[in-house]
Ligand binder design. Structure first.
Ligand code: PLP
Length: 435
């Protein structure tokens, strides 16, 4: 099969299947004899079904049982890194208290090499700025009178939720794809995403007439899947944790001589996100602290890459849900760990981190503190943005607001920026949030 056949056969029909048979969002009603690009049967690729509102109830029951079995198994071989138990959390209250005192465990900085300098991140960000500026929006930085009054700080919101495609992800995807050679751009590009990077990737592919394929984890929300339907990209589902989806996508790309575009573990992706730092420095005279949602760590690494060299006194705070604090726990342990994430409204940031990711080293060295927030705190933050700023942010996008509200006493009289990273909230989530 040549590349063109692969792409065409493969799978506009997937999207058609999804439209015709919405109860089966992965299109797995197709003949199991159909083969994908690596010659696998479709049933192998679609081994994990999207676990969203489409799914039939009895399937859900079975899944729940499987999850329970898996949890039991996980418990047996859990790892214990001193005070950080990474697999099974037995005493939630204790755990919550423990994780909120992160700053006691901050890394020793002295004597370490300047990692940002050695990877040349600020220069990469300046190049990214030139490369992508005409294709992106300068997103608004909006003063929040309500949050400022509540906290005794000067609070500004950076509305990356207003970026084209609904999140900051367009910055990284554009920078990476526009950096490819002519030859590379002719290959089918493959990526893995829980939705927002996928949308940015799909938009870029379409804009520049390229070919692409996206692997999504099974928990991807309907809102995010729907947003991808209008682009000419092949959608595939694999895994229940984004890191498994990423590993699979990378290995499929390698096996089939296609080009993998990572969602965060890549200097060009990170540098694209770093253009937020350039905007912030133009938009406001003084910044004390920036709160940033963290998943794989691409967004925070990019902002660090510009702001820290410009002014090392700016404090960078990583924000994660208590239900999926993988970067936080990895940083504390000193290596990327595997852990089971629980369901969270912050689906965009949920899940594991790719082994060897450069974002881990950047977070370990330069994130000044982490704050973990509960599902209730995320919900309240989302509601606050609707009520006080008449704007929609998704769960991951509201992590910064939730984290700031939890910690606001510490930042009195400071100028604080909260990055609202994305807007794609599913309708059923929205109902839950405002009800
Ligand atoms: C809305 C939103 N916020 C935050 C993140 C986390 O970004 P990163 O993986 O670069 O840390 C994501 C990741 O997809 C996202 O979609």
């Amino acid at each position: 099969m040549n590349e063109k056949d692969i792409f065409e056969d493969q799978d506009k029909s997937l999207l058609e299947d999804r439209e015709e048979n919405p109860s089966n969002p992965d299109g797995s009603n197709r003949s199991t004899n159909e083969e994908n690009i690596s010659g696998e049967k479709e049933e192998d690729v679609f081994e994990i079904r999207a676990k969203d509102s489409f799914q039939e109830e009895d399937e859900e029951d079975e899944d729940e049982k499987e999850d329970e079995d898996e949890d039991e198994k996980e418990g047996e071989d859990k790892e214990d890194y001193g005070d950080v138990e990474v697999k099974k959390e037995e005493n939630k209250e204790e755990e919550e208290k423990q994780v909120r005192s992160y700053s006691e465990f901050r890394r020793e900085k002295e004597g370490e090499e300047d990692l940002l300098e050695s990877i040349g991140l600020k220069k990469e960000i300046e190049k990214a700025e030139k490369r992508i500026r005409k294709y992106i929006r300068e997103t608004p930085l909006v003063y929040s009178p309500f949050l400022s009054q509540q906290s005794g700080c000067e609070v500004y919101l950076k509305f990356e939720s207003a970026q084209i495609t609904g999140s900051f992800k367009l910055r990284g995807a554009l920078n990476k794809i526009l950096s490819l050679s002519k030859k590379e751009r002719k290959t089918i590009l493959v990526t893995a995403s829980s939705g927002n990077h996928g949308a940015a990737f799909a938009y870029t592919i379409k804009k520049f007439g390229l070919k692409g394929m996206i692997y999504l984890p099974g928990y991807t929300t309907k809102a995010k899947i729907d947003a991808l339907k209008y682009y000419d990209v092949v959608l595939k589902f694999f895994g229940t944790d984004c890191v498994k989806t990423e590993e699979h996508a990378r290995s499929e790309a390698e096996k089939n001589d296609l080009l993998y575009i990572p969602p965060y573990n890549d200097l060009k992706i990170i540098a694209g996100h770093g253009t937020i730092g350039i905007e912030l420095m133009k938009q406001i005279d003084k910044i004390d602290t920036v709160f940033i949602p963290v998943g794989g760590g691409g967004l925070i690494s990019g902002i660090i890459g510009y702001l820290k060299p410009m002014d090392e006194k700016i404090k960078i705070i990583g924000c994660q849900p208590l239900n999926s604090p993988v970067m936080y726990k990895s940083v504390r342990v000193g290596k990327i760990i595997e852990m089971v994430s629980k369901p969270t409204l912050s689906d965009g940031s949920a899940g594991g981190i790719e082994k060897g990711s450069i974002t881990f080293d950047i977070c370990k060295k330069y994130v000044d503190d982490f704050v973990l927030v509960s599902e209730q705190e995320i919900k309240e933050a989302m509601r606050l943005i609707i009520e006080k700023h008449f704007s929609l942010v998704e769960g991951a996008g509201a992590l910064s607001v939730a984290a700031f509200l939890q910690q606001k006493e510490i930042y009195k009289r400071k100028t604080v920026v909260l990055v609202l990273s994305g807007s794609k909230i599913a309708l059923d989530q929205l109902k839950e949030v405002i009800s």
